[in-house]
Design a protein. Structure first.
Length: 231
């Protein structure tokens, strides 16, 4: 998993390094967020997850964020910096991903019962899941930048792991998902003989499963795509 994160991070940095300063204020695929918001979030998420892993390493448990409000404010503050100096935020992102890379191996040695809270008293997350969480953040938000990298560029292993994760978390009406370009299928929720099958390219399926618009490349045997909750 660590190698997947490293490779995805290098692809992200390549895009951010080549993104013109004038494009940072443009819209992303995240509703209400500019590209600067997405890049700021990716930097701060790396810092937050690195802090969690350092906490495990040093025996000082820590949450990812002080609160949801503090997280949002930190993103807005960094976006303000990007408004005058995208270069400073590029460097903040590089420093953050380097800090994460320095401690990511800590996750491999954690016991299964090791957990952390996203915010104090908030969602509890397995410590071993940190590399996968970061991989999702990097790949999905890289595509959210709408800067030339899309879900169709995700390595098949990454896209399939995202779909497997989303299938486990799904709680809506059951359906099947079938990739038309890979020998892979998933079951979402409780299914029966009447449950529809959604099919299409692997990347589009994985993109849609995150709650994003896949365009017209997916089809459903009942004519309607199930509604997916954004994550």
């Amino acid at each position: 998993m660590t190698l997947h994160v490293q490779a995805a991070t290098q692809r992200l940095l390549h895009t951010v390094d080549r993104l013109p300063d004038s494009a940072w204020s443009g819209p992303s695929h995240c509703t209400g967020w500019s590209r600067a918001h997405v890049i700021a979030h990716l930097a701060l998420n790396a810092e937050a997850l690195a802090g969690v892993l350092r906490g495990f390493r040093d025996g000082v448990p820590t949450t990812m964020y002080r609160s949801d409000e503090a997280r949002d404010q930190d993103i807005d503050d960094l976006v303000a910096v990007a408004g005058t100096s995208p270069a400073a935020v590029r460097e903040r992102l590089r420093t953050a991903v380097a800090a994460f890379a320095d401690v990511v191996a800590v996750a491999d040695g954690l016991p299964k019962e090791a957990t952390f809270e996203r915010t104090p008293g908030g969602r509890v997350v397995p410590g071993r899941a940190v590399p996968f969480l970061r991989l999702r953040e990097v790949e999905i938000h890289h595509a959210d930048l709408d800067a030339g990298y899309t879900a169709s560029d995700w390595p098949p292993d990454n896209a399939m792991s995202f779909l497997s994760n989303d299938a486990r978390q799904y709680r809506g009406p059951g359906f099947h998902a079938v990739a038309t370009d890979e020998p892979a299928r998933w079951t979402f929720g409780e299914t029966d003989a009447t449950s529809p099958t959604v099919s299409g390219p692997l990347g589009a399926l994985a993109w849609w499963a995150t709650g994003r618009d896949p365009g017209s490349v997916l089809s459903s045997t009942n004519g309607t795509l199930p509604t997916m909750e954004g994550r």
